[in-house]
Design a protein around this ligand. Sequence first.
Ligand code: UT7
Length: 327
Amino acid sequence: MLRSASVIGTGSYAPKRVLTNSELERMVDTNDEWIVTRTGIRERRIADAGESTSDLAAAAAKAAIENAGITPEEIDLIIVATVTPDMFFPSTACFVQTKIGAKKAACFDVSAACSGFLFAMDIARQFIATGTHNTVLVIGADKLSTIVDWKDRNTCVLFGDGAGAAILRHRPGSRGILATHMGSDGSYADILYIPGGGCLHPVTPETTSEHSNTIKMNGRETYKQAVTSMLSAANISMAAAQLTSDDLKCIIPHQANLRIIEAIADRMEVPLERFLVNLDRYGNTSAAAVAIALDEANRTGRMHVGDTILLVVFGGGLTWASSVIEW
Ligand code: UT7
């Protein structure tokens, strides 16, 4: 008998430093009007030099632990989704474990770019379903400011730093996660990627001077793929849960571009008001984006116990995922 997995607490953390569009105007050839009309982003948060991804993740985790009303010792698995790990190894999850005192947890990271949080949630769900683990801490955390080319106006205006976390556990009487979907298409790897810094093109003075250790993106193609993939992922999970968009109290999409969210709302025929949008304040924080948005929806009362919500994401890989949850 498989057990259901419910979200029993959420938390998030955003660094204090705010980087506004008008500050970016002084860094690259851009302007507030272009950024707002093309993306919806007004400001983003930037972590201090000494603040690592595991610091952001640990702060979000502590908030989620408090929200769930558990102790760190109850956590038996930590999964961190990130593309900006503190180091290649150990995993960022191991650093988080020490920072929050979750001594009994097994720890590993997941790499699925902006889709990472939902990939990690689905992994957590399977571990809970089979009964191997009981209390799983899932975190989406990224310090994208370290992999952004601050001279490339096509990308540097889009991204920010942050972390979001959720505690998953079987809650008797709750159906929890009703349906999920994950997908990938590696043939589009080169429309959103970091070519340098891995084993294929290791860090050298040459790769560094060419900025190949920073995000490269074909914005228009990524935009098209994002709309198509997220719509399809949303429909697959809703069909599996035998629900329609009318049944959804709140939709929490990846926070990359307001126009992408509007296009999805339009095609799903759901009013934009039912979507949680916070990219105006945080920009695109990759794996953290949907996790921060989930925490915001939880803390601002956008859904209550028994409501059904949809999370849907898209990212480099390409990767995409969705999850329909009974709250
Ligand atoms: O998290 C992973 C998923 N990521 C995404 O989903 C991102 C998807 N893509 C997008 O959100 C949009 O494609 C962007 C916001 C990145 C770009 O918007 P766009 O409407 O697709 O603009 P574009 O790339 O077609 O560029 C239009 C113009 C170009 O100038 P020309 O060639 O028409 O003269 C760009 O050079 O805008 C120019 N441009 C800028 N101008 C001012 C590009 N970036 C900027 C900028 N400020 N920051």
